[in-house]
Design a protein around this ligand. Structure first.
Ligand code: FES
Length: 104
């Protein structure tokens, strides 16, 4: 059985923004950058739990809206002098459709 679940279409995600998907593992933010690449992270900043889905995407990072930590969209790690990690999930595009895998 496939573990990929369809979670909408790329047009549902604002460019340089995110959309939250509610799952049994908590809220997951699906991000879209200017290259139309997509990434999935737990919607919880590793600092104090800020909603990363409300941050601004730049390149392959998102800036937390609460205290401006920059988090890598590729591995969920805080960048620069900060440390901590927000869980990442596998996500893929098939045409316009977005699929999320909670097991990877
Ligand atoms: S909660 Fe994200 S930077 Fe503080």
């Amino acid at each position: 059985m496939s573990s990929w679940i369809e979670v909408g279409q790329i047009k549902d995600i604002p460019p340089l923004g995110a959309r939250v998907v509610q799952t049994g593992q908590g809220d997951i933010a699906i991000f879209r950058n200017s290259q139309n690449e997509i990434f999935a992270l737990r919607d919880k900043c590793p600092h104090k739990g800020g909603p990363l889905s409300q941050g601004i995407v730049s390149g392959k990072t998102v800036t937390c809206p609460l205290h401006n930590w920059k988090i890598s969209l590729e591995n969920g790690e805080a960048m620069g002098p900060d440390s901590g990690c927000s869980g990442v999930y596998a996500v893929k595009l098939e045409g316009e459709k977005i699929f999320l895998n909670l097991n990877k």
